[in-house]
Write a protein that binds this ligand. Structure first.
Ligand SMILES: C[S@@+](CC[C@H](N)C(=O)[O-])C[C@H]1O[C@@H](n2cnc3c(N)ncnc32)[C@H](O)[C@@H]1O
Length: 507
């Protein structure tokens, strides 16, 4: 019987949910208001539908009217109507009047525990100072959520990249990269006079390079490296994801010092379990425990400057603190994108694989948004960058990204098929390219396209010149003029290709 009633209410809600705002707010709401309590209760789904439909397409001019109707329903004698009104208010968002009405409900009518929970849930979303003052009446989670959202609105937090990281004993750094690129990350670090002095290579496993600091450093020092994707400071290792241990790690004194020193504004972090999915219960438990231990460190899923991530690491798990840098300051030239744009750190690895002969003329036949060209240009030793792409939009995007990169180097772009770009034989010293892979956009004859790229490279490269490209074919390419020099299997974001370097031999 109870189930049948619940299903009928759900069905009614689904029907109402499909109506337009005008259809709901006209006769239906008037009838609801004038109905007796029994039929109001049967039509409680209307309250829920009004909240959802208004939040999606309601006119702002009716906001106050709708909010005031919902607030009046907080006093309804039917629990379900009150509950739906509570859920709808945060969706439409009018602010302190709603907060006051919810607090009044909590204090004056002393609702049962179950209803208190719903009030708290609504206050989680719209509560402010008045809610914080009531902290004792509400679950700790409400105070945490309200504090975090007030902090977020008052002053956006950020990461202080140039502050010296307070190094604590055992601190390690994890640089994550696409699988197969670990040796690039390691070599770039060791070859860099600045990073090589500050960090020591410790270990490497697929998709990860571990460093230890030799002395004081800043996050900017790490961001002088371009081949890794994300960086994180390892707070510790645990046998399995356990709420108490993780909360203790986040709030341990050295970590608090680290948060304090490197955060501008309120300290807010998001919890992530990249290999385990959402873990909502665990997140709530860790967040509440950490808040109880240190109320200045706030869990906040929205635009938090830090992520605390729990990663599998051999038979254990590491708890890591990752600055959420979006956009990544290393690639801030990337103003615009093409649909199949390269992963910027991969472009940086490819540029390094090509090396710098001092006076390079570099061509990317499939330049897209221009990342390989720009990364190669930033390494120096380039006299000219050439880009071709059959998409006019891609050429424009390449040009604007190049301009944003601040590179002062001669450039030339060709809009059309790379085979018609009119590049002269023996005129190019480096071809660096990430060709279409046929994944997102189907390519009718991928083998033919890659074969043509190979033949073209053999013709236009100068003796000693290099072709560096991500090869999507599993068959080996062959041309007597090009010698395979390096071949590395890499993950291109869910599928593997080979990153290859060929050298044009003297003939
Ligand atoms: C994988 S994307 C390149 C991404 C690029 N490296 C970047 O940084 O954004 C491949 C590009 O090749 C272009 N393309 C496909 N076939 C082509 C052809 N025959 N000639 C020239 N460009 C082509 C597409 O328009 C696309 O922009």
């Amino acid at each position: 019987m109870k189930n049948a009633r619940a299903n009928a209410a759900k069905d009614l809600y689904k029907q109402l949910r499909r109506l337009t705002w005008e259809e709901l707010w006209g006769k239906l709401v008037t009838d609801f208001n004038n109905a007796d309590q029994v039929s109001r209760s049967q039509n409680a789904g209307l309250v829920r539908a009004v909240g959802v439909v208004f939040s999606e397409s309601g006119p702002q001019s009716r906001l106050n009217e709708v909010a005031s109707w919902l607030r009046s329903l907080l006093k309804d004698s039917d629990e379900k109507i009150r509950r739906y009104a509570m859920a709808a208010l945060p969706k439409i968002g009018t602010g302190s009047a709603d907060e006051e009405a919810l607090i009044e409900l909590l204090l004056k009518s002393n609702p049962p525990e179950r209803e208190k929970k719903y009030v708290a849930r609504a206050l989680d979303k719209i509560g402010g100072k008045a809610t914080l003052e009531l902290a004792e009446e509400l679950p700790a989670q409400t105070a945490l959520k309200v504090k975090a959202s007030m902090a977020r609105e008052e002053s956006p937090s950020g990461i202080l990249l140039n502050e010296v990281v307070p190094v604590f004993s055992g601190l390690r750094i994890h640089l994550r990269c696409r699988r197969g690129l670990e040796s690039f990350v390691r070599q770039e670090m060791q070859a860099s006079p600045q990073a090589g002095r500050l960090f020591e290579f410790k270990d490497s496993r697929p998709g990860l390079v571990e460093l230890v600091p030799r002395c004081a450093f800043t996050l900017s020092d790490l961001l002088s490296l371009r081949c890794f994707a994300t960086l994180a400071l390892v707070l510790g290792t645990i046998p399995k994801p356990d709420a108490r241990e993780i909360a203790e790690m986040i709030t341990a004194s050295p970590v608090r010092g680290l948060f304090k020193k490197l955060t501008q504004g309120a300290i807010r972090y998001r919890l992530e379990f990249p290999s385990l999915g959402h873990q909502r219960g665990l997140v709530r438990d860790i967040a509440n425990r950490a808040y109880a231990m240190c109320p200045d460190i706030l869990n906040d899923a929205r635009s938090a400057p830090w992520a605390v991530e729990v990663h599998p690491h051999g038979r254990h798990f590491t708890v890591e603190l990752r600055p959420r840098l979006s956009p990544d300051p290393r690639f801030s030239y990337r103003r615009l994108d093409v649909p199949a744009a390269s992963h910027p750190p991969l472009a940086a690895c490819m540029a390094r694989l090509a090396e710098d002969s001092g006076r390079d003329v570099v061509w990317d036949p499939f330049c897209g948004s221009g990342l390989e060209l720009i990364e190669r240009g930033l390494l120096g030793g380039v006299v000219k960058l050439l880009g071709s792409d059959q998409s006019a939009a891609a050429i424009d995007i390449s040009k604007s990204n190049l301009a944003a990169s601040g590179l002062r180097v001669k450039t030339d772009f060709f809009h059309g098929d790379f085979r018609n770009a009119g590049v002269a034989p023996n005129s190019i010293s480096q071809i660096i390219t990430n060709p279409p892979m046929g994944r997102r956009v189907p390519i009718p004859n991928l083998a033919g396209l890659i074969g043509d790229l190979f033949q073209t490279a053999a013709r236009v490269l100068q003796p000693g010149g290099v072709l560096v490209f991500a090869n999507p074919l599993s068959t080996r390419l062959s041309d007597l003029r090009l010698k395979l020099d390096i071949r590395q299997r890499i993950d291109l974001g869910g599928f593997d290709v080979h990153l290859e370097r060929y050298i044009k031999i003297h003939r």
